[in-house]
Design a protein around this ligand. Structure first.
Ligand SMILES: [Zn+2]
Length: 309
């Protein structure tokens, strides 16, 4: 079987201004690398045109309307201190959310076995009604709700290995027994949340906070708790918030993961997924700010997706 790679050109018009770490080149280096590799088992696919109804299953209607009105006709504007938008950000934002819909439908229709969405802006810091940390819509939460509402699944797991806590995703699903949210992250650190005590109303949140300086070995040992929780929950579909900023070369955080660790953790997730959800996995890009580390780590992440399908 094949692996889907969902992307579109509209991310290039999401201009965050000079010197901003969440830059156009992040997605470009990944796409160019996969074009060069030219693996015939990668199916390139565009995002779906996403409807307001689908977005409003996750976000407050007022917030969606506000976001739509916020994109400037020229220059820059901002939705929070870090979240800069420009005229082209609108299409990029809706394509980022539409990519996970396209990926999920591709898995459901058996176009491919699993998928990676190479998009920006990222999503996991954005909650029901607030943009934050470069995130405007919570792409992965929109995907999880779509799996529940459209495809009638009952148990979805979201695994977030970005170095920052996925606070927006946690907020959205804190009281949702159908969603298990697991996050590994540097702690204490931005955005400040993600302690072990935050467990969700139904014990459906598992936070694995780790200190600055965490090594590969320490991280991989901690990752066993992710797998244990997945085995208990037995999800029918797994979504991955794939941030690559825990890499040792990343400028925004202080973990020490190697490129190869992204292959290892992806393979471990896929092996677990094979047991209870027939390998149905959709991954979406979150953070990752060292361009070379990002290019190489996404390659190893997708290598695992290709190998184990
Ligand atoms: Zn991050």
């Amino acid at each position: 079987m094949k692996t889907g790679l969902i992307t579109s050109d509209t991310y290039q018009n999401h201009d965050t201004g000079p010197g901003h770490p969440e830059q156009v080149a992040r997605v470009t280096v990944i796409n160019e690398n996969f074009k060069k590799i030219n693996n015939q088992n990668i199916i390139w696919k565009k995002p779906s045109l996403i409807t307001d109804d689908i977005i409003k299953d996750t976000h407050d209607a007022d917030y969606v309307d506000l976001v739509k009105k916020s994109f400037p006709s020229k220059g820059f504007s901002s939705l929070d201190g870090d979240t800069i938008i420009s005229p082209g950000s609108k299409e990029a934002t809706f394509d980022a959310a539409g990519s996970i819909i396209s990926a999920i439908d591709g898995v459901q229709n058996k176009e491919f076995k699993n998928a990676f969405c190479n998009i920006r802006p990222p999503g996991h810091h954005c909650n029901q009604n607030k943009a934050a940390g470069f995130c405007i819509l919570n792409n992965i939460a929109i995907g999880a709700k779509y799996l529940l509402n459209k495809h009638k699944y009952k148990k979805i797991a979201i695994v977030d290995f970005d170095v920052h806590h996925g606070n927006g995703t946690q907020d959205i699903f804190y009281e949702n027994k159908n969603i298990l949210f697991i996050s590994t992250h540097q702690y204490p650190y931005y955005p400040g949340t993600g302690s072990e005590q935050e467990k969700g109303k139904f014990n459906n949140i598992l936070n694995i906070p780790l200190p600055a300086g965490t090594s590969s070995e320490e991280y991989l040992n901690a990752f066993e708790h992710v797998l244990k929780k997945l085995k208990e929950f037995k999800p029918e579909f797994i979504l991955i918030s794939a941030g690559f900023d825990a890499h040792k070369n990343d400028p925004l955080a202080q973990f020490n993961l190697n490129t190869e660790d992204y292959y290892t953790i992806t393979l471990r997730l896929l092996k677990a997924s094979k047991k209870f959800c027939d390998g149905k996995v959709v991954s979406i890009l979150e953070g990752g700010y060292d361009l070379q580390a990002l290019r190489d780590s996404t390659k190893r992440h997708v290598d695992a997706l290709l190998e184990f399908n």
